[in-house]
Design a protein around this ligand. Structure first.
Ligand code: SAM
Ligand code: FES
Length: 350
């Protein structure tokens, strides 16, 4: 244990003390190299208390890049005429799960744009089929904002978890990133519904999104603490060339790692992925994320033919690899830093 300066802020956060805004700001901005190392080591120790050196793998199936929304940062927004649109059919999706199961995945994450083709009925049928084929697996949905009753039907069909990043907790900042028909209030209401229905819920935000300030990030941290989600998805914003934010700077590695570590300290048992976006801005980004307190990775299980089409941002990694290659690659990368990928559903510890 160190004393004084920012070391004590890190210790206070670990002891579950509520830091004032200046304390959180200092952890984001003012750390010396030594203090930064201590932040990551403390976060890694807290994650090891709950999860040891296990890294949970989720098989990500990006099943449609059609989207009715027009989020300004997103490469698959409806206004992007250059996006090469695709959707996987039921058999292709079930086939991805079968191959994923053989590779050791016990969680499947179905992610997509808000594609009206995939009605509640189709989603529920998919969930039921996956659960019938693989009763020992968890199904996670990440398909955007729906009505309460739609979420309920999906939960009753067997979906276990739902990822819906809140994107930014500040309503004014939210309005700068989204068209007028989308609101922070509705996004947060969806998260409340999902939690109340019984899903394990994931929220989260991009780091370095356009117009983001430290106050916004502090509001995000407070919102996450209050929501207490099972999962938190944090990755850097990366511009996409065919969006209005094409010339905006990308989020930094340092900021993302700081936030991962802070979230680990604030929510010790949370499931925290080292995201593909983090791996995109730095060749060892995901390893550094794990070493800063993350405990989940989400290799892509989508068929190779469509991999290169789910492009939320420029430069996305792993678009040419087969799923089996990704699994081997991630296992080797984790082993090289003293961690290990495991075959399990990887539920949050209570
Ligand atoms: N449609 C669903 C939704 O809105 O939650 C899921 C798909 S959406 C593409 C998944 C996440 O990608 C978003 O929550 C957002 O944070 C992230 N994302 C989109 N564009 C991005 C960008 N340019 N850089 C980094 N992350 C991005
Ligand atoms: Fe819909 Fe990005 S705008 S997924």
């Amino acid at each position: 244990m160190h004393s004084g300066g920012h070391f004590s802020l890190i210790d206070q956060l670990k002891e579950n003390e509520n830091l004032p805004d200046e304390g959180l700001r200092a952890l984001l901005r003012d750390l010396t190299d030594e203090e930064e190392t201590y932040l990551y080591q403390t976060a890694a120790a807290v994650r090891q208390e709950a999860y040891g050196r296990d890294v949970y793998m989720r098989g990500l199936i990006e099943f449609t890049n059609y989207c009715r929304n027009d989020c300004l940062y997103c490469g698959i927004r409806r206004s992007n005429r250059c996006a090469d649109r695709y959707r996987l059919d039921r058999d292709q999706i079930l086939d991805c799960c079968r191959r994923g199961y053989e590779l050791g995945f016990r969680t499947f994450v179905l992610q997509g744009g808000e594609d009206p083709y995939f009605t509640d009925e189709k989603i529920c049928d998919l969930v039921r089929s996956i659960k019938a084929d693989h009763p020992d697996c968890a199904v996670t949905l990440s398909i955007g904002e729906k009505e309460h009753d739609s979420y309920k039907a999906m939960f009753e069909a067997g979906a276990d978890r739902y990822l819906l990043r809140h994107e930014t907790a500040d309503p004014d900042h939210y309005a700068m990133l989204h068209p007028a028909e989308l609101s922070s209030e509705h996004r947060k209401a969806c998260l409340r519904d999902l939690k109340e229905i019984g899903f394990q819920v994931g929220a989260g935000m991009m780091v370095g999104s356009p117009f983001q300030t430290d106050d916004h990030l502090i509001a995000d941290l407070r919102y996450l603490k209050e929501l207490a989600p099972h999962m938190v998805g944090i990755g850097p914003f990366i511009p996409h060339k065919d969006t209005p934010f094409r010339d905006q700077p990308q989020g930094t590695l340092k900021d993302t790692l700081h936030l991962l570590a802070i979230v680990r300290l604030m929510l010790p048992k949370v499931l925290l992925p080292a995201t593909t976006a983090l791996g995109t801005i730095h060749p060892r980004g995901r390893e550094m994320g794990i070493l800063a307190g993350a405990n989940v990775i989400m290799p892509n299980l989508s068929p190779a033919a469509v991999r290169g089409k789910y492009l939320l941002y420029d430069g996305k990694i792993c678009t040419g690899d087969e799923a089996a290659e990704c699994v081997r690659c991630m296992a080797a990368r984790m082993e090289a830093i003293g961690y290990r990928t495991v075959v399990s559903r990887g539920d949050a510890k209570h």
